[in-house]
Design a protein around this ligand. Sequence first.
Ligand SMILES: [Zn+2]
Length: 187
Amino acid sequence: MIEAAKQELIRAAQVLAAAGCLPATDGNFSIRLDNNRALITKRGVEKRNLRVDDFTVAHLTDEQPREASTEWQLHRCLYVARSEVNAIMHVHAPHLGAFAALGKLPDINLLIEAEMMLGGMALVPYVEPGTSALGEAAVTHGAASGVLVLARHGIVSVGSSVREAVHRMERAEFLARVELGARLLAR
Ligand SMILES: [Zn+2]
């Protein structure tokens, strides 16, 4: 099961890297293994070149496992608070990132697929990355949303599967790109 989960996350990272969402060592990915544990990327690795030894298993009670991504608390808080979430993607996407930089959300009503498929979007006010406070803010402000825009930081998508979380991220980034283009056209 763990090996299959690694392969799913490696493929997810390749898709999101191709979309320009993973500069340098940015981003982190996880999948829920059971009620107590999740598989998450290690800190400091290039997500576009993920290998099978770039993951670690962390218990949901662990504050910050040594090898785990520095955003473990973000993942941990979401898994603990939301039983429907089985996969979490965190990236620094260029077009959604423009909205995040200004602390804004794209207009989900601009595209019907976004409205239907994203599971809602929520803006999370700026909180220092890598803190448990960011995880708590993602739970409080994210509510039941499928996509969370972290102000001045990046994007989180969640899903019942890796496939759903990746598709939500791709669709949200596409929505952001379309809105930026549409705003230019409308000037
Ligand atoms: Zn980040």
